[in-house]
Structure formats: structure tokens, C-alpha cells
Design a protein around this ligand. Structure first.
Ligand SMILES: C[S@@+](CC[C@H](N)C(=O)[O-])C[C@H]1O[C@@H](n2cnc3c(N)ncnc32)[C@H](O)[C@@H]1O
Length: 467
């Protein structure tokens, strides 16, 4: 038994156990409920009471009985009117697998919210397990919608994703059109606080199931449909170290091969040092790119020398004129600045980059999306750029955006989800794949006080241009 750190307000874990919990993704084999309870509660609070854990649905208590810590007490949230103080609440909504079921369960979910408002202690956490469901008509963003409902009253904290392997049967299942499999469960975290939280304003897109699509049937390869994967980028070459956030060519190549054929055209409207253009050329595709910062353009051009397959323009991707010299495109893949986070990071990496004389952010240019401080303005700018991309994409063409949800000064900004909502006029949203990193060092953020994860999963959002 470990000695309990008296300053640890959250739990009775050692710093090493705390660290293990910090990673934002995990391989989902058994129920994570016991581990969550050990993280979010104590067996013995200062006033002597043991942690009270609210669980929904009730049968989870029985099903996990052997693994649940014995020194906590469990409250079945079956009677919505009951008054029992809780230190932590775990709600499993993974059986909701369609829009109809979700909106059919609205009253029930409102009841759960009311229960938590009444019974959960201040500064205490709620975990919701939920899934988005991807299918041939597009993605149903169930987990994100549920987050919006809880976020009216509780502060959205970090998300963890539980990633499971898919069975041979699932693998053999033929899909009509491209969609990621459904093997990721979101564990969404909220905290009850005195002040009401920042409201989430997004209106999510839902697939139109009744109307027949006018798009051509997708003929694209269906082999890259993992909902999550671990990818370790090779070490970066010296020249491109100058760029603060480059993505790995071999990852981009997987996408390009999945969504295009030889000789087709691929675009990256924020090309940086040209990784996606190079990846496209490696796969025998033509590549088009736009990049605002002339220094990065220079590095990119040095990387691919005078390759006739690549057209790279120095310009602003928000302006239509930057796209005029490109033909109609078959696919686009890009990664935007993660808002102005590079300017925020007091982090170690930024200190190291400074010491090495490397650039810590993209540029001082006011048109650089990474320099926009207002979050909604930033989303609007990205939506404008992606609208130009839509105008250049052939109907039915796919578009992948690699991005993270970000946290700034303790507040979560669901950038990935906001982008999906902002693109609904031009694109069908096909679903998310997670690029999970397992080669990064964990930091014990929030130790003793709060749960602040190390975000080691990137969203790879794929869209399809509407007809
Ligand atoms: C995340 S980085 C892209 C990295 C790139 N995928 C790579 O691997 O090198 C985002 C890029 O967007 C560029 N950028 C920011 N605002 C832009 C704008 N308005 N038009 C074009 N590029 C812009 C930045 O200079 C930066 O290089």
C-alpha cells in the first residue's frame, strides 16, 4: 500500500500512477470504470467519508463488482429524484447508436443532468462514455452532441479516448463507400463549478438518411478504415526542423493512397514545408500547395527541387486568387495552425526551440491563421479557406484535416468539432480517425489538484465534397 500524499486533493495515487493516467488515449479491453473511480475519488476524505460514486446504468455496478474498489460506496442513479451526495459520477451512454435513439433519450439525459446538478459536489467530476457512429451516409456525432448538452451546466474538461481492436468479422464486413470503423469510445469529462461554463455554440451536421445521395458511388479503397492507429513519425530532417509543426510524410502517404489514384491531383492549402506535396509526389500524384510564409516555401522548394508534378504558390489561402493556377482537384489534405497555441505554449519544447534559435510560431503576418487571438474569428477564417478548397474539389472528392481539440488556460476549445460544424454546407462529414502517439514523454500536469491530460491523439477528420 502506498503512503497517501496528504496534499493530494484528488485521489490516493502515487505520482507514477497519476502519470500513467495522464495519457489521453488507451487501449480499451476491460471496463475502465475501476481506474476512473481510483483517479476521481478517494477512499477517505478529510471529513472521514469514503468516496460516493454515482453510476448509470445501475447494472454496471453488478457487472464490474469484482474490480470496483471496495472502499467506496456506490449509488445507483435509477431514481432521478433521490438525494444522495456524490463525489464522482460515471454515465455510460454507449448503447445510443443513432440520432433517433439520441433525441429519443433527451428527456432521460436531461434527468441525469438534473441529478448531477443536485447531487454532485462542487469541483467534482463526471465521466460520460459515448460513441460517434460512422456509416455510409456520413458520421453521426452522438458523443459531441451529448457533450454540448452537459456543457450547458458543467465545465467540459479533457477527453480520453478508449481504442479497441476490431474483430475479424468487423474487418471482413464490406462497407458501401468510405467510413471509419466504430472502435473508439469517448470518455468525456466534466467538472461541476460555481460559474456556468463557456457555452458550446456549434450546430453539428447529421447525415440525411432519407434522401438518396446524388454523389457518384465511392470507388475509393476501403482498406484504410481504422478508427484509430498508432503512428511514430521518423526523425525530422534538419532543414524542416525550422517549421514548428510539420506532419509526417509517411502518414500523409497512407491517406493519399487511400483516396486517390496515380496521376490525380492533391492539394494542401497550408503547405508549410511541403510534407503533403512531397508525399503526393512520392505516390505518383500531382500536388498543389499554398503557403503564406515565404521562408517555408523556400524550404519546401529546396526539398522537392524542380519537380514538375508539384505547384506551390506563395500566398494567402483565404484569397480566391491563390487557387487560380490549379486544375480541379481530386483530394485535399491539410493541417491548420492549432489556433494561436504556439504563442501560448510556455512549454519545454518552446523553450528548447528558442534556445536552438528555431522559430516558435509560423510568422508575424496578421493574415497567418496562427496569429488570430479570437477563437470564433479563427474558426471563421478556416471555414473560408476550406470553402475555397471545396470550390476546387471535384464533387465526391475527399478532404482530410488533421487537428487537435485544444485547451487554453484550463478551458477546452473543441477545435476539431467546431471545424466539422463549420463545414457542413460544403461537405458531408465522413468521420474521424485518431492518430495516437505513444512516443511522447508524459508530464504530470495538474498533479494533486485536477485532471489535465497529455493530449496524444490527433483528429484526422475526413469530409466528402457535396454534389
Ligand atoms: C500546421 S502548419 C502546416 C504544416 C505542414 N502540413 C507541414 O507538414 O509542413 C500550418 C501552416 O499554415 C500556414 N498558414 C497560416 N495562415 C495561412 C494562410 N492564411 N494562408 C496560407 N498558409 C497559412 C503557416 O505558415 C503554417 O506553415
Amino acid at each position: 500500500m502506498n503512503a497517501v500524499d496528504p496534499k493530494n486533493r484528488m485521489n490516493e495515487l502515487t505520482s507514477r500512477e497519476w502519470l500513467q493516467f495522464q495519457k489521453s488515449w488507451f487501449v480499451l479491453e476491460n471496463s475502465p470504470l475501476p481506474d476512473f473511480i481510483r483517479f476521481f475519488t478517494k477512499s477517505n476524505y478529510e471529513n472521514g467519508h469514503s468516496g460516493h460514486v454515482g453510476v448509470y446504468p445501475t447494472e454496471l455496478i453488478e457487472r464490474n463488482q469484482k474490480e470496483l474498489p471496495e472502499d467506496r460506496s456506490y449509488i445507483a442513479i435509477s431514481n432521478i429524484d433521490s438525494k444522495q451526495a456524490a463525489d464522482y459520477v460515471y454515465i455510460d451512454l454507449t448503447d445510443i447508436n443513432s440520432r433517433d435513439k439520441l433525441f429519443g433519450a433527451k428527456t432521460q439525459i436531461d434527468g441525469l443532468i438534473t441529478w448531477c446538478r443536485k447531487n454532485l459536489g462542487e469541483q467534482k467530476y463526471i465521466t460520460i462514455a459515448a460513441q460517434n457512429i460512422h456509416g455510409e451516409n456520413g458520421s453521426q456525432p452522438i458523443a459531441w452532441e451529448i457533450t454540448k448538452w452537459f456543457s450547458e451546466f458543467f465545465v467540459q474538461k479533457d477527453e480520453k479516448i478508449g481504442c479497441r481492436a476490431y474483430s475479424e468479422e468487423e474487418q471482413a464486413e464490406k462497407q458501401n463507400g468510405w467510413a471509419p470503423r466504430n472502435t473508439v469510445t469517448y470518455f468525456l469529462h466534466f467538472r461541476k463549478e460555481k460559474e456556468l461554463p463557456r457555452q458550446l455554440t456549434f450546430e453539428l451536421p447529421w447525415p440525411e438518411e432519407k434522401t438518396k445521395s446524388t454523389l457518384p458511388k465511392s470507388t475509393k479503397a476501403n482498406d484504410f478504415t481504422e478508427n484509430w492507429y498508432i503512428h511514430r513519425p521518423p526523425r525530422r530532417e534538419k532543414g524542416v526542423l525550422l517549421h514548428p509543426a510539420k506532419f509526417p510524410e509517411d502518414l500523409v502517404e497512407r491517406y493519399i493512397q487511400n483516396f486517390t489514384s496515380r496521376g490525380e491531383w492533391v492539394l494542401d492549402p497550408m503547405a508549410g514545408t511541403g510534407s503533403s506535396l512531397l508525399a503526393a509526389a512520392n505516390c505518383g500524384r500531382h500536388a498543389a500547395g499554398i503557403e503564406l510564409n515565404p521562408e517555408f516555401v523556400e524550404i519546401a522548394k529546396a526539398r522537392f527541387a524542380a519537380n514538375a508534378q508539384i505547384a506551390l504558390v506563395t500566398g494567402d489561402a483565404v484569397e480566391a486568387k491563390s487557387y487560380t493556377e490549379f486544375p480541379m482537384l481530386d483530394y485535399a489534405i491539410t493541417s491548420p495552425p492549432y489556433w494561436d497555441m504556439l504563442r501560448m505554449r510556455g512549454a519545454e519544447t518552446q523553450q528548447k526551440r528558442k534556445a536552438a534559435g528555431l522559430q516558435r510560431w509560423y510568422s508575424e503576418d496578421p493574415n497567418d491563421a496562427g496569429n488570430i487571438a479570437d477563437y470564433l474569428e479563427f474558426i471563421k477564417l478556416l471555414a473560408k479557406i476550406y470553402h475555397h478548397v471545396a470550390l476546387k474539389l471535384k464533387p465526391g472528392g475527399y478532404f482530410t484535416i488533421i487537428v487537435k481539440n485544444v485547451k487554453k488556460k484550463g478551458v477546452i476549445y473543441p477545435l476539431a468539432w467546431d471545424i466539422v460544424a463549420a463545414l457542413k454546407e460544403d461537405y458531408i462529414y465522413c468521420g474521424e480517425q485518431f492518430w495516437c502517439q505513444d512516443d511522447q514523454r508524459l508530464s504530470p500536469f495538474g498533479y494533486r489538484y485536477a485532471w489535465v491530460s497529455n493530449t496524444f491523439h490527433h483528429y484526422c477528420l475526413t469530409f466528402r465534397r457535396k454534389g
